[in-house]
Ligand binder design. Structure first.
Ligand SMILES: [Zn+2]
Length: 117
C-alpha cells in the first residue's frame, strides 16, 4: 500500500464503492477501489487500484457483451492443447493477444454478428 502523498502518513485504508456505469444499453454496477488517508482524510486512487478498477470495468463490459472471461479463455485454449502463441496464430488478435485476454487486460472482440445491435 502506498503512503499518502499529501501528508506522508502510512495510515491509508483501502475502500471500495459500487459505482453505476453506463455501457451501450446496460447499466453496470462495478465495485471500484480507492484509498483514504486516516491522518489527513485525503481520498485518492492508487496506481494499483486504477489498474484493478480498469480490469473490473472491463470484466463487467465483457460479461454484458456475453464474452468469455479470462479463465474461460484459458480453459478453452488448454482444452485445445494450444500455447498462447499458437492460439494467437489461429484466432488472430496479435502475438500477445491471449496473454492479454487471459490476464484480463483487454477484451477479445466478439464474433461478427449478422444483425449488430
Ligand atoms: Zn494524508
Amino acid at each position: 500500500m502506498n503512503g499518502c502523498k499529501l501528508c506522508g502518513s502510512e495510515r491509508v485504508g483501502a475502500l471500495s464503492d459500487a459505482q453505476q456505469i453506463r455501457y451501450k444499453s446496460f447499466r453496470l454496477e462495478v465495485d471500484l477501489a480507492y484509498s483514504v488517508c486516516k491522518a489527513c482524510g485525503r481520498e485518492f486512487v492508487a496506481t494499483e487500484q486504477i489498474r484493478k478498477n480498469d480490469q473490473a470495468i472491463l470484466a463487467a463490459k465483457r460479461h454484458a457483451d456475453g464474452l468469455l472471461s479470462p479463465k474461460e479463455i484459458r480453459r478453452a485454449r488448454e482444452v485445445l492443447g494450444l500455447t498462447q502463441h499458437k492460439a494467437a496464430e489461429l484466432f488472430g488478435g496479435g502475438r500477445n493477444a491471449f496473454s492479454k485476454y487471459e490476464r484480463g487486460e483487454i477484451a477479445q472482440s466478439g464474433a461478427r454478428q449478422v444483425n449488430p445491435r
